[in-house]
Design a protein around this ligand. Structure first.
Ligand code: ADP
Ligand code: MG
Length: 327
């Protein structure tokens, strides 16, 4: 079982940042409103994610660590309209096969917390009582301790932490109603406070993308035939100074999708140099039945049922915004 999980881990767990992404997404799926992330040594020594979400019942703990166990999709109909971030039931099993993992959790209806840890080659799960408020903590220690080849590919502590920080920025922009904190080697690094008012959104945007972006960005929000596009878009001159600022979300899910990028690129047109990217934070919202997210294990790509319609909608909204003279 361990080998199969380690093979699957190759797809899901590339580096500490991918572990952070999977675990934070689990917390979000569990409806957490507060997530605390503690990292030691770029995540190679320790990744600890603590949330105040729904928790996992004692009798489900072992199951949560096994492969293809997901509590999120039970029918084909569910699979056709996925609303949760996870659905493959692979992440915890994969991560625990290449690390030492401790899962501690308490659902509201359970008086005490329980803790599960995986041990040994056959991934036997041991469980014991623990002390924990309602919610879940996942601790991942010594990532890749048993896969030296993978461990060799890890970069410096600083680089690995940089990737983690980037994951947290993307998450911070995906959910303004979330309290999110990130610490490295015991020191607070990021503190994003929940707030969904426009002024609070602007504040978070400034914290994540820098004050220069928010100062120049055009704010947009358009709806047409059940499609909604909102967010921020830097005019071409400002975009040039922000080469790494491209965030796109589809129904709250971070995406790096070709069709989206193409539509944005086309909207900027020849206002940008040939290798320019534009700078933007964009949210596309549409009926979950109109998209397939089950395309790639890392889940960065989607398939739109009405690709042309989506593409042209994005293009039109952005092109129109860019044509407006600056105030
Ligand atoms: P998936 O997210 O694809 O369902 P995972 O391996 O990431 O698969 O998680 C397995 C299961 O463990 C989830 O379906 C969920 O029931 C449970 N789980 C994992 N993390 C949490 C969490 N932070 N809070 C509540 N439940 C969790
Ligand atoms: Mg998951």
């Amino acid at each position: 079982a361990r080998l199969a999980n380690q093979i699957a881990a190759g797809e899901v767990v590339e580096r500490p940042a991918s572990v952070v992404k999977e675990l934070v997404e689990n917390s979000l799926d569990a409806a957490a409103t507060r997530i605390e992330i503690d990292i030691d040594k770029g995540g190679t020594k320790l990744i600890r994610i603590r949330d105040n979400g729904g928790g996992i019942a004692r009798e489900e703990l072992t199951l949560a660590l096994s492969r293809h166990a997901t509590s999120k999709v039970s029918t084909l109909e569910d699979l056709e309209q996925i609303l949760s971030l996870g659905f493959r039931g692979e992440a915890l099993a994969s991560i625990s096969s290449v690390s030492r993992l401790v899962l501690t959790s308490r659902p509201a209806e359970q008086a005490e917390a329980w803790q599960a840890m995986t041990e040994g080659r056959d991934m036997e799960v041991k469980i014991q009582p623990a002390s924990h408020p309602v919610g879940t903590t996942v601790e991942v220690s010594d990532l890749f301790f048993n896969t030296p080849a993978r461990r060799k590919f890890l970069r410096t502590e600083k680089t690995e932490f940089g990737h983690i920080d980037e994951v947290i920025r993307r998450i911070a922009l995906s959910r303004f109603d979330l309290n999110l904190s990130l610490r490295h080697n015991g020191k607070p690094v990021r503190q994003y406070r929940a707030g969904t008012l426009p002024s609070q959104q602007d504040k978070r945007l400034a914290a994540v993308c820098g004050p220069a972006f928010i100062a120049s960005a055009l704010r947009l929000d358009s709806e047409h035939h059940g499609l909604r596009l909102w967010g921020w878009l830097a005019p071409p001159e400002a975009a040039r100074a922000q080469p790494d600022l491209q965030y796109t979300y589809v129904n709250g899910r971070m995406m790096r999708d070709k069709l989206l990028n193409h539509a944005v690129r086309q909207a900027y047109g020849d206002r940008l140099p040939a290798d320019g990217h534009g700078a933007f934070v964009l949210y596309l919202e549409l009926d979950a039945r109109e998209v397939d997210v089950n395309v790639h294990p890392a889940k960065h790509e989607v398939r739109f049922h009405q690709a042309r319609l989506v593409h042209d909608f994005i293009y039109q909204v952005l092109a129109q915004a860019l044509e407006q003279p600056l105030a």
